[in-house]
Ligand binder design. Structure first.
Ligand code: HEC
Length: 162
C-alpha cells in the first residue's frame, strides 16, 4: 500500500463515524419536526392561529398554517389576536421558547396551561416543525386594551355580570 492510499484509508476510517453521527442527528431532528407537525394538528394550534382552519374543516394548505389571524377574541381581558407563529418562531430561540411556554404569560383564549404542561421534547418538536416552515404572512393586529373598541371582526366572550 502506498503512503497516500494508507493515508486515504485512515482518513476514511476517521471520517465514517463522524458522517454517520451527523446523519443520525439530522434524522432525529427530522423525526422531532414530524412529531411537531402532529402535535400542532392534534393540539388545536391551527384552530386559532390559521385563518379559516377551524371554520373550513382544516382544509388549509400547510404553507398557510400558523400565519396568525385578524379575527379578534374580545372579552374582559380586552381583544387578543392569535399571533403569527411563523414569524414568532423565526425570531425566538428554542431555549427562549421553552422558557416562554413554561412561564405561560398569555392572555385568553390562548390555552396557556396546555403549553405549560407539555414535555420539553414536545415543545421542542413544535418549535422545530414551525421553525422549519419559515416566516410567512403579516403580523396579526396588536392587542387592544379593555374598554377600547377593536377595528375588525371579533368573537365575543360573555362579560362577567355586574
Ligand atoms: C383558542 C385559540 C388559541 C389556540 C387553540 C391556540 N392559541 Fe396561541 N394564541 C392565541 C391568542 C389569542 C394569542 C395572543 C395572546 C395575547 O395577546 O397575549 C396567542 C398567542 C400565542 C403565542 C404568543 C406569541 C408571542 O408573541 O408571545 C404563542 C407562542 C402561541 N400562541 C402558540 C400556540 C401554540 C403552539 C398552540 C397549540 C398548542 C396555540 N397557540 C393554540 C390563541 C390560541
Amino acid at each position: 500500500m502506498s503512503k497516500l492510499s494508507m493515508l486515504c484509508a485512515a482518513a476514511s476510517l476517521l471520517a465514517t463515524p463522524l458522517f454517520a453521527h451527523a446523519g443520525d442527528a439530522a434524522t432525529k431532528e427530522g423525526a422531532s419536526a414530524a412529531r411537531g407537525r402532529y402535535l400542532v394538528q392534534i393540539s388545536g394550534c391551527n384552530d386559532c392561529h390559521t385563518p379559516g382552519y377551524a371554520s373550513g374543516g382544516g382544509m388549509v394548505a400547510q404553507e398557510q398554517w400558523l400565519t396568525g389571524d385578524r379575527l379578534g377574541w374580545h372579552g374582559p381581558w380586552g381583544t387578543t389576536y392569535p399571533t403569527n407563529l411563523r414569524r414568532y418562531f423565526a425570531r425566538v430561540s428554542e431555549t427562549d421558547w421553552l422558557k416562554a411556554a413554561r412561564a405561560g404569560k398569555y392572555r385568553p383564549p390562548m390555552p396557556a396551561p396546555s403549553l405549560r404542561d407539555m414535555s420539553d421534547n414536545d415543545l421542542r418538536s413544535i418549535y422545530r416543525f414551525v421553525h422549519s416552515l419559515g416566516a410567512a404572512g403579516e403580523e396579526a393586529p396588536s392587542y387592544v386594551a379593555p374598554g377600547q373598541a377593536p377595528a375588525g371582526p371579533v368573537v365575543l366572550f360573555p362579560m362577567p355580570p355586574g
